[in-house]
Design a protein around this ligand. Structure first.
Ligand code: C2E
Ligand code: CA
Ligand code: CA
Length: 564
């Protein structure tokens, strides 16, 4: 047989020969030795030991059924019971026709009758089996996700296509599932635990899909997919998920989101259906009281709106439709509040939609990288504004700009930022850079070195949304930061109860330990202001003083501090 096992002369596959009779071992060894590395076992125990040592580097096992003590059938059972070993093909060696049936039932793939009087036939049979199994492995490896056993995403789509080709009339649902804050589960509870959670979920999902003539697949990380018969309701699935997690005490902090796109909604290509299911799934992110969302008219409008924004972005930059608004920050520890600086916050003056808030487009543009265009533009505007105010008022008010995590993928980031100060004749410490806490967790090393270099150059780094990113204290102490901005949600809720107030105090303590000043964001009330002042908070930003306003309006703050 011309066989690709011969292609690579240097690489010989390994065959294990298990027979209690030395003559048989030698006979078989003689037939195979030119093409295989050989391992020999004289009984079942030895065979199991060798399998445990060499594991899947064994390409084939030739196994005598009748041996004293541990028999060949028992070795077969051992192999079949192990996830890793059961893909090693086993050929049974036997002189009893009756035993062949039993061995094939127990998972042997072929048998060779004794005595071995046709060496050529034996060799080609062994080779054929090895080849067959390797091909199957290659296909399997790509077809299934190794952790969950679900289809890997490309195969999943292929099978969906096949289903559609054969039964285009079937009423189906495209479903996407995701676990809220799975990254956090990974970080806090460890990889192994997170894997277990995912496997548990995958098992439930697979069963649910299979029972409804459907299939399940796994995409990136914790995203699972189903394509199955249309369901009027998915509450049975959510109940099943919850009860399964409850059994293993995993339920209290796990929130699984499900986005559904019914095929009948509108004719659209398969991948679009899943994109829409994904959008539904993303829409209920972090909304713990909602587990299922079915694609509907609202989401359709949202898609059209988003597509429009993406289409319009270049023109918007050209025509300067993006405008920075400025929100003042005040020092509050003196008798009278003193202007400390401003944060530049982007607004889009869209010719058709009017004023579009960043909430509608930041995450959209982060997902496709377009945020870099917007940020670069806003930074330029902000730097030019600092220069203009310096000239007009003779004093410098530092302005902070937001840096998205996506900006750090750009190797020119440092060069861009340095150019901004150069071209406008600014000192680096007049431009502050706001970087969110979660950003540091994402791509730590590369980001840290860029930020550290910028900081050494003299730029001030503000750690934005502090408290939302789960940084541990020892990581925090090594971060290159100059200011800590407390996440708005702590301020919003600080007077809800004693505990929340205490948390804000603790954050102030952390900042003191780190030796950096604090800014409280989203301060709206007198009571929040007064308590923060008492706690030693250095600066305040929020509606209490002013909303973000256009540059001309901001100039008022140079002249006087708003009455409070
Ligand atoms: P952020 O950086 O945390 O900005 C603070 C947000 O809180 C701003 O929302 C601001 O208008 C709002 N805010 C300020 N004071 C108060 C208050 O007292 N009460 C309440 N309820 N809200 C207050 P905005 O302008 O809608 O921006 C939202 C987010 O969009 C920002 O959160 C930031 O993450 C992002 N963003 C804004 N501009 C840019 C930009 O130019 N580039 C990038 N990459 N992201 C930006
Ligand atoms: Ca910010
Ligand atoms: Ca913030």
């Amino acid at each position: 047989m011309q066989n690709r096992l011969h292609y690579n002369e240097k690489y010989l596959r390994t065959a294990l020969i298990v027979d209690d009779e030395v003559v048989n071992r030698e006979l078989l060894g003689g037939i195979l030795e030119e093409e295989y590395n050989l391992l020999y076992a004289e009984n079942g125990d030895e065979a199991i030991d060798l399998i445990n040592i060499h594991q899947t580097s064994i390409s084939i096992i030739l196994l005598d059924l009748i041996m004293p003590k541990v028999s060949g059938l028992e070795v077969l059972k051992f192999i079949q019971a192990d996830e890793n070993y059961k893909n090693i093909p086993v050929i049974v060696l036997t002189s009893q026709v009756s035993a062949e049936v039993d061995s094939l039932k127990s998972g042997a793939v072929d048998f060779i009758p004794k005595p071995y009087n046709m060496p050529e036939v034996i060799l080609s049979r062994v080779n054929r089996m090895v080849e067959l199994f390797e091909d199957r492995q290659i296909i399997r490896g790509a077809e299934r996700d190794s952790l969950t056993g679900l289809f890997s995403i490309n195969f999943f789509y292929e099978y969906c296509d096949i289903m559609e080709n054969y039964h285009p009339e079937r009423d189906m649902d495209a479903v996407v599932l995701n676990i809220d804050r799975f990254k956090m589960i990974n970080e806090v509870y460890g990889r192994q635990y997170a894997d277990e959670v995912l496997k548990t979920l995958a098992d439930v999902v697979k069963k649910f899909a299979n029972e409804r003539e459907g299939i399940a697949g796994r995409g990136e990380d914790d995203t699972l997919y189903m394509y199955l018969n249309h369901q009027e309701s998915y509450t049975e699935l959510t109940e099943k998920i919850n009860s399964t997690f409850a059994k293993s005490n995993q339920s209290s902090y796990l929130h699984v989101r499900i986005g559904v796109y019914p095929k009948s909604y509108e004719m659209t290509p398969l991948k679009d259906m899943f994109f829409r299911a994904m959008l539904a799934c993303d829409t209920i992110k972090d909304k713990v009281h909602m587990s299922i969302l079915t694609f509907d008219k609202n989401l359709r409008t949202k898609i059209v709106f988003r597509e429009r924004l993406i289409r319009d972005i270049n023109e918007a930059i050209e025509k300067k439709q993006f405008v920075p608004y400025y929100q003042p920050k005040y020092y509050i520890q003196k008798d009278k509040a003193v202007l400390a600086g401003a944060e530049a916050l982007v607004r889009w003056k869209h010719p058709e939609f009017g004023m579009v808030s960043p909430a509608s487009f930041i995450s959209l543009f982060e997902a496709n990288g377009l945020i870099q265009l917007v940020d670069h533009f806003i930074w330029e505007e902000a730097a030019a504004q600092i220069k203009e105010w310096k000239k007009k008022y003779g004093t410098s008010v530092p302005v902070s700009v937001n840096i998205s995590r996506v900006d750090f993928y750009n190797p020119n980031l440092e060069e861009w930022i340095l150019k901004l100060v150069d071209e406008n004749g600014l000192q680096p410490d007049e431009l502050h850079l706001e970087i969110t806490e979660s950003c540091y967790a994402d791509n730590a090393q590369q980001l840290l070195s860029v930020v550290s270099r910028l900081r050494r150059t003299g730029f001030k780094i503000e750690l934005d949304d502090f408290g939302s990113g789960y940084s541990s204290l020892n990581v925090l102490s090594s971060l290159p930061i100059d200011v800590l901005k407390i996440d708005m949600k702590f301020i919003n809720t600080m007077h809800d109860n004693e505990k929340n107030l205490l948390i804000v105090k603790m954050i102030m303590d952390i900042a003191r330990i780190l030796g950096v000043p604090t800014i409280a964001e989203g301060v709206e009330t007198q009571q929040q202001h007064d308590d923060l002042k008492k706690m030693g908070c250095d600066m305040i930003q929020g509606y209490y003083y002013s909303k973000p306003v256009p540059a001309e309006e901001f100039e008022e703050f140079f002249k006087f501090t708003p009455e409070k």
